[in-house]
Unconditional design. Structure first.
Lengths: 462, 242
């Protein structure tokens, strides 16, 4: 920390320059082989190499200047702010919340409801497809999955690395049952949830005695088993070909979105033919499903079972000695978490019109878990924000064609998705180890409710 | 003090794998008594406590509580018979607030008596009232012990099991916790079974005491008798008054 609060402290600048040069050298050492030299195949298929000094210079400059700015300006600034805060005696707990923060949820909800309408107005019916489908629906599916997983991981503290299995069960339940029995989406949605919940219990039984890393490994295996069954049970699932032509959802059976149907939605309202209306409808369906998930989670947290989940996460032995049946508590957590995965899965199937085992790889489980951890385990708001950032961010990468001007025409930003994902996780975990929203709302209070700020907890206990 | 027996442990043997931790223990706790169990590290005191709670279960012998055999019952059902435990190491829920911790204790009655019982706990341990919306993990050791006992009391126990309530606490806090236990016993007739290394404080508080060595009860008597016993004095009092 700077001894004097002056920004123009020459010692500080000298130190910043020194650290900047050091960071630049470090970057040079790290990247000289990876970035500075490139190998490629020439016309005669021989492997030759060339240098990319320009790109290497950019990397080194970013590291050096970045470090210089951090040491010279950003860190002293943060320290000063912390000091001022500590001096004025403002604890985070008594912090006055601004209008935006107190009404954040209401504003977010209104914005979400208006989102498709605004998208249509700004981008036109056809142009809104991208925003409603790629951004809106995609993000909301992950929000729902993450909220479902949050029940298992965030509340009950059972690390589940195979959550995507329930997503797959839901998707295939809808795909197969609608194909073979012609049942509609609205009948199969709850059914898919129930089937997924059943699988949740089936997974739950053998892992009752496991915790932490051991549990993680078994759930990981479970996710893979479901995927391998889907690939190899070709008679039923058609293996890697997947199931296509899954029927679209209807507006509760009143209007259909099938082009040829007599009660076609666009015809009934005299609208021009466009798939955008179906996507907008789906947007509201998944929004409603998300709200259902949130509502159930919030309600459950205040009920004995929800309290038992949280206590279970904290200390299993203490739970038992307080008369809590840990077996049923764990199984309900698995079942309810899986149920929401199943809902999301059947929605996914009807939205895509196609399911294949490709969609249910381990990476999906990892992404969902990353969203839960980044958002702050147990915090619905934080998880939603994390989903917007992570999923929306990766979708945005596709849009960034200007990056090609910087990195050359071969640059495909989507390929760097996972790199940025990892980078974002490291940064968030460094600065906010408890996730975006680290505070949790207590469920017991005598007079008034108070959020407990993250700073009141030791690391590792929070 | 001759009430009828509330807890009757008869010839209990408990094993960890092949290792015998309890070698036929007989202990009786009568209604309205404070009984303490003292002994050195590894004597099996905590194992006996855990065996009463059914985890691990006794391999032979029986645990009778309130006239019923609970030897083979699962832990949560034993707890529902109103045996409350403040376990070794306190085991409070660190991320939950003080009030939520207490709420977990009141789960057996579905929070029916939550408000009045919380007030009672707060009069017993005023420190907890000040800290009610703080996270459990941020409390000091003594406060955590108070919370652990408070949480156990929220279940309206017939029998309170305390495992090393003085562990790692300053003498002044130990004193206040022991005073609170005494008060509960005298005013509400609460039956308490106490495991302690702090033999002096525990025996002074207790109506009766047992001394445990290598998984066996080697001595029993009233608190005063044991305090005066030269063997006990030599082994547990003079050598190390913790």
């Amino acid at each position: 920390m700077a001894n004097s609060p002056d920004t123009g402290n020459p010692n500080l600048i000298a130190k910043a320059i020194k650290e900047g040069i050091f960071a630049g050298l470090l970057a040079l050492g790290m990247f000289i082989l990876f970035v500075g030299i490139e190998t490629y195949q020439d016309i005669s298929n021989a492997l030759v190499w060339r240098t990319r000094w320009g790109l290497l210079a950019i990397f080194v400059a970013v590291a050096a200047i970045g470090r210089f700015l951090v040491v010279g300006f950003i860190k002293p600034h943060i320290d000063r702010r912390k000091l001022a805060k500590a001096k004025s005696g403002v604890l985070e707990i008594s912090e006055e919340k601004g209008f935006l923060r107190t009404h954040f949820l209401k504003i977010a909800l209104v914005a979400l409801v208006l989102y498709p309408i605004v998208a249509v107005m700004l981008a036109g019916t056809q142009g809104s497809l991208k925003y409603v489908d790629n951004f809106g629906i995609q993000i909301l599916i992950y929000v729902m999955l993450a909220w479902g997983l949050n029940i298992v991981v965030g509340l009950a503290g059972l690390l589940d690395l195979g959550y995507v299995a329930f997503y797959a069960v839901g998707a295939y339940s809808y795909a197969l049952l609608s194909e073979h029995f012609g049942l509609s989406f609205w009948i199969l949605l709850p059914l898919a949830g129930i089937l997924a919940a059943m699988w949740g219990i089936i997974l739950g039984f053998p892992v009752l005695r496991l915790r932490g890393d051991y549990l993680a490994i078994v759930t990981l295996a479970f996710g893979e088993i479901i995927r391998l069954v889907l690939i190899n049970w070709t008679d039923v699932t058609k293996g890697t070909f997947g199931i296509s032509g899954i029927p679209k959802a209807s507006v509760f059976g009143i209007w259909s979105f099938d082009v040829g149907a007599a009660n076609n939605f666009t015809k009934a309202f005299g609208l021009p033919m466009s798939s955008a209306y179906y996507k907008i409808f789906l947007f509201y369906v998944i929004l409603a499903l998300c709200l259902l998930t949130a509502y159930v989670t919030i309600r459950l947290r205040r009920m004995p079972i929800g309290r038992a989940w949280e206590a279970l996460r904290e200390d299993e032995i203490a739970c038992r000695s307080l008369g809590i049946n840990t077996v049923t508590t764990k199984l309900t957590a698995f079942a309810i978490g899986a149920m929401f995965g199943g809902f999301a899965g059947s929605f996914f199937a009807t939205r895509q019109g196609f399911v294949s085992p490709e969609s249910f790889v381990f990476l999906e489980s990892a992404v969902i878990l990353a969203i839960v951890v980044l958002g702050g385990m147990g915090s619905l708001t934080g998880i939603a924000i994390a989903a917007v950032v992570m999923v929306g961010g990766t979708e945005l990468l596709r849009e960034m064609s200007f990056l090609k001007l910087v990195f050359g025409p071969d640059f495909t930003p989507e390929l760097y998705r996972m790199l940025l994902f990892g980078l974002a996780m490291i940064i968030v975990m460094l600065f906010k180890p408890r996730g975006f929203v680290g505070s949790r709302e207590p469920t017991a209070f005598l007079k008034e409710r108070k959020a407990i700020a993250g700073s009141f907890t030791k690391e590792g206990h929070g | 003090m001759a009430g009828e027996p509330l807890l009757n442990v008869q010839g209990v043997e408990t094993y960890y794998g092949n290792i015998r931790a309890l070698a036929g223990v007989d202990v009786v706790v009568n209604r309205g008594e404070i009984v303490s169990l003292i002994g050195a590290n590894g004597a099996g005191k905590s194992t006996l406590m855990m065996t009463i709670c059914g985890s691990p279960q006794a391999r032979s012998g029986s645990v009778i509580f309130d006239g019923e055999d609970i030897t083979r019952q699962p832990t949560h059902l034993i707890a529902r018979r109103r045996i409350s435990q403040s376990p070794e190491g306190r085991r409070i829920f660190p991320r939950m607030t003080v009030l939520e911790n207490l709420q977990m204790g009141a789960g057996l009655d579905n929070l029916k008596y939550f408000k009045e019982d919380v007030e009672k706990i707060f009069t017993l341990f005023p420190r907890l009232k000040e800290r009610q919306s703080q996270r459990g993990g941020t409390l000091s050791g003594g406060e955590q012990q108070m919370l652990s006992i408070g949480r156990a009391l929220m279940a309206r126990p017939k029998l309170l099991l305390l495992d090393e309530p003085s562990l790692g606490l300053a003498p002044l806090i130990v004193k206040s916790i022991f005073e609170a236990i005494k008060k509960l016993n005298q005013e509400e007739g609460l039956t308490v079974f106490l495991v302690e290394q702090n033999a002096f404080a525990a025996l002074k508080l207790s109506d009766r005491g047992y001394v445990m060595v290598n998984g066996k009860v080697t001595m029993a008597g009233t608190g005063k008798e044991l305090l005066a016993n030269p063997e006990v004095r030599a082994a547990y009092l003079e050598g190390g008054r913790h």
